[in-house]
Design a protein around this ligand. Sequence first.
Ligand SMILES: C[S@@+](CC[C@H](N)C(=O)[O-])C[C@H]1O[C@@H](n2cnc3c(N)ncnc32)[C@H](O)[C@@H]1O
Length: 229
Amino acid sequence: MGEGDGKFKDERPSEEVGGPSKHCSMNHSGQNHRRDRLLAGLKDDARFLKNWASKPLTTGAVSPSGKALTERMAETVDIQSDLPVIELGPGTGAVTKALLKRGVRPQNLFCVEFNPDFCALLRNRFPEVHILQGDAYALKKTLIDHGIERVSSVVSSLPLFTRPVADRIKLINSALSLMPNGGEFIQFSYALVPPVKTQELPAGSELTGSPWIMLNLPPARVWRYKATR
Ligand SMILES: C[S@@+](CC[C@H](N)C(=O)[O-])C[C@H]1O[C@@H](n2cnc3c(N)ncnc32)[C@H](O)[C@@H]1O
């Protein structure tokens, strides 16, 4: 957590200043930094596992997404647009962090999360990002309730395969209808096939899939549904 970009709050305790020599203090600080990052990661793993055990269908994964996957999710998000970027199912914030690192402005990022425990954690971890507790499948209503009528892109980690295909099509359609031409609905999945296939897409949209991201556990693919009206 907290790699010095100033956009999210570091949960690590402040490091002790001083010590016998500068060299020694830097070593300690480096070791503390690594230890604290490891601990923060383990805590997120434990939170995920706990939530997965009680709500397996909505949590959808036993641990947070890895860096290779989250960077792939964030890499085509338009950071020039003034329209909001929407994240669906942020969980403990692995993708949120990648979006901020890519250059999405925190004030322009709106995250829709169902789980109140994850919302509390996210508000503490990313104080400048808008964390909306709500149902991502009621996308338009959830956004309109917060005054949002147009968006630049939607980045989703929702476990779409736990819902009927009609719900998935409705969600993707609804997201694309809020975007200008070229906007993307970005989704990762562990499955062999995309959550909505090309032939199920509405006219004026296009689907591309990434290669398998083997550095994630389990390996995943990123699907991009682009508005091409
Ligand atoms: C697979 S986890 C992904 C978490 C995180 N983005 C990551 O990649 O590590 C799915 C997340 O979607 C959330 N979720 C599931 N259904 C939802 C819904 N209907 N509305 C909003 N969030 C939902 C879950 O609570 C969980 O945080």
